[in-house]
Ligand binder design. Structure first.
Ligand code: F6P
Length: 328
């Protein structure tokens, strides 16, 4: 390999910069030139790119966001899009491409691979932790700490006002963030799509633990962590429905994109460094259509077309724990 491309795609995640840095430094150690494409796959369509030298990635390990910018790419979805993207890679004489993103970005990469003569490797970067083949994705650990900081603060005001709060966390269709942050915050109840399919007709399942807590335990505040997309109409609608049923005001707090920002925590910087470096080493060794992941602390290669199989389960032990706590 003489030249490789790198891009960050999809929802940005804290630690993406650390991954870019590791790719550039490891490539440099192998005398490989690096071209960074900006705004995800859009950079391929718009020839929006820059040479990345070690000096360009100095002192970025501690920064959230991504030096290369990120985006979702409409052009890649169009007929002929993947072939056009592959042409751009050929034009830039790139022997390989590193994609830092989630499984949606990896699907895009697989489509390009059908037309591309070089090697492709993925590095899992998303706060959602919804990628198979790695215990954790880059950005997840930071997002948990950000969510925790917010929930702890909500607890203070909830306690003072003796209120019920619903805190909506991100995750798209995964409850990883909600379950983990909810457990760590000591939330009274956690709603994740994996174990509750909530509708207006089965609100009873969430109402009785709240009533129970109010009556028997005299709780001064009640926090329900809700994974996004858990209720038709959203968490604000859920708060309204619960208010109507309980006759007590329930407040919704949608944490939103705050969860994607901030300086990456140590665990994310280390994971990003390890996987970015490993991805380049494995490209040199011939890897293609693989993702660089970490399982049981070992860097591993995992087939890129299996990363979205959704075999990864949220921790069943923690699910049982939270169900026990909610019904206590
Ligand atoms: O995949 C990361 C993520 O933040 C999800 O948790 C969320 O559902 C989605 O991206 C939001 O996307 P956007 O920033 O385009 O609204």
């Amino acid at each position: 390999i003489k030249r490789l491309g790198v891009l960050t795609s999809g929802g940005d995640a804290p630690g993406m910069n650390a991954a870019i840095r590791a790719v550039v430094l490891m490539a440099n150690a192998h005398n490989i030139d690096v071209v960074g494409f900006r705004h995800g796959f859009n950079g391929l369509f718009e020839d929006d790119c820059q040479t990345l030298l070690p000096q360009h990635v100095q002192h970025i390990i501690q920064h959230g966001g991504t030096l290369l910018k990120s985006a979702r790419c409409k052009a890649l979805q169009l007929p002929g899009g993947p072939a056009q993207a592959a042409d751009a890679l050929h034009r830039h004489q790139l022997d390989a491409l590193v994609i830092i993103g989630g499984d949606g970005s990896f699907r895009g990469a697989l489509a390009i691979a059908e037309h591309y003569r070089g090697q492709i490797i993925g590095v899992p970067g998303t706060i959602d932790n919804d990628v198979d083949g790695t215990d954790y994705t880059i950005g997840f650990a930071t997002a948990i700490d950000t969510a925790l900081d917010a929930i702890d603060k909500i607890r203070d005001t909830a306690d003072a006002f003796e209120r019920i709060f619903l805190v909506e966390l991100m995750g798209r269709h995964s409850g990883y963030i909600a379950l983990s942050a909810g457990i760590a915050a000591g939330a009274e109840q956690i709603i994740c799509p994996e174990f509750v399919q909530l509708t207006a007709d089965n609100l009873k399942t969430v109402l009785s633990p709240i009533r129970h807590a109010q009556l028997l335990r005299g709780k001064s505040s009640y926090i329900m962590v809700v994974a996004e997309n858990s209720y038709p109409g959203g968490t604000t609608a859920l708060a309204q429905a619960l208010s109507d049923e309980l006759g007590v005001e329930c407040r919704a707090c949608i944490l939103g994109h705050i969860q994607r920002g901030g300086s990456p925590v140590g665990a994310d910087r280390i994971l990003a460094t390890k996987l970015g470096a490993f991805a380049v080493e494995q490209l040199v060794a011939g890897a293609h259509l693989m993702m660089a992941g970490e399982l049981n602390q070992q860097a591993v290669l995992y087939p890129l077309d299996k990363t979205g199989d959704r075999a990864k389960q949220i921790d069943p032990y923690l699910v049982r724990w939270q169900q026990l706590i909610a019904s206590d």
